[in-house]
Design a protein around this ligand. Structure first.
Ligand code: ITT
Length: 206
């Protein structure tokens, strides 16, 4: 079977492919449906934005669609960039620019004081999944989080987005230094996916 995920984020696509391959599901992303209009993500919460994406694409295609809205919430930045994580350094900013912007915002807060300490703030990744079935109009959601620190010393070539700056004390590694399997086991997305699968199994239908 196939599973449509309403995303243009190649890092997410890789993680969903890895998660669903054992279930015999092939993941299709928005790269397989280039004619669908972009969804405007102007919701105030991850849950709102996830539903906007699953509903728009699900209604357009007439079959169930999964969407993921996620981001990084940094305590020293009062929870930012949060829902603005993808466009923190500007509308078309890439991962490198967003990572530089994050470090510069956190350096600013130190006000010249240099502690020599690479761990700049506690933070968490949040992932909200929305699975929407246009034939019933029903939606299932699940949220996952993972706690860590923002480090001024980026490391690792795995993952995507803010992963090189997200330090996990229990691994003494950044998220980008974990294998895909390890990330899936502990990540916000892995946790949300396991929860969604449980909810789906418990529901009679979607
Ligand atoms: P779609 O909306 O097309 O799915 P997007 O990249 O715009 O792609 P979001 O609006 O959900 O997705 O923004 C999430 C941003 O948060 C993403 O661009 C990353 O910068 C960051 N992010 C989310 N999950 C992450 C992860 O597992 N590792 C690192 N950064 C992550």
């Amino acid at each position: 079977g196939i599973l449509i995920v309403a995303t243009k984020n190649k890092g997410k696509v890789r993680e969903f492919e890895h998660a669903f391959a054992p279930l015999g599901l092939t993941v299709k992303s928005m790269y397989d449906y280039p004619d669908l209009p972009d969804v405007v993500e102007d919701g105030a919460t991850f849950a709102e934005n996830a539903f906007k994406k699953s509903k728009a694409v699900g209604d357009a295609l007439g079959i169930p669609v999964l969407a993921d809205d996620s981001g990084l919430c940094v305590d020293a930045l009062d929870g930012g960039p949060g829902v603005y994580s993808a466009r923190y350094a500007g509308e078309n900013a890439g991962d490198d620019e967003n990572n530089l912007k994050l470090l510069s915002e956190l350096e600013k807060l130190k006000q010249g004081e240099d502690t020599g300490q690479p761990l700049l703030s506690t933070a968490r990744f949040v992932c909200t999944l929305s699975l929407y079935d246009p034939s019933s109009g029903r939606e299932l959601t699940a949220e996952g989080t993972v706690e860590g620190w923002i480090t001024s010393e980026p490391a690792g070539g795995g993952g995507f987005g803010y992963d090189p700056l997200f330090y996990l004390a229990e691994f003494e590694k950044t998220m980008a230094e974990l294998t895909l399997e390890e990330k899936q086991r502990i990540s916000h997305r892995g946790t949300a996916l396991r929860l969604l699968t449980e909810k789906l199994a418990a529901a009679d239908d979607l």
